[in-house]
Design a protein around this ligand. Sequence first.
Ligand code: AMP
Ligand code: ZN
Length: 150
Amino acid sequence: MPLFVDTTPPGQCIFCKLVAGEIPAARIHEDELTLAFMDIGQVNPGHVLVATKRHAVTVLDLSPEEAAAVMRTAQRVARAAERAFAAEGLMLAQFNGRAAGQTVFHYHMHVVPRHSDDGLALSWRRQEPGAEVLQGYAARLREALAASPD
Ligand code: AMP
Ligand code: ZN
């Protein structure tokens, strides 16, 4: 079952226009495959998005080279954010599909400087289903991995 996403033709989505310089952005870094710029809605001061230059929609659409380039740029931005915003923590977050909270359907990673008193909380509910269930989940994923293209 495919992820539930919006499809905008490549070149017409908001981040394609931003990459092309057709709409303004506070750009901080670019290389052949990625562009880093300030998120217009700052979760904390220094909140950056690292987007692919190419119109990929989710992590499932990235080439191995793009996946590596995004993480490399995010790491460089994270180092800069630690220094420039005196971050005590660094949160990298990335949403794929509407069900996961994605709202802009052009691949991007959030880099958010964190502070112990910033009041941000992820409301994850955790269950511990036990070793047998975990082994079952692991078996399902091993089987799917073996059947997946790289
Ligand atoms: P999400 O798809 O949930 O990862 O969130 C998309 C992010 O893109 C949000 O944090 C928005 O604030 C941000 N955003 C949307 N439009 C722009 C824009 N024109 N420039 C910079 N950031 C944007
Ligand atoms: Zn796009």
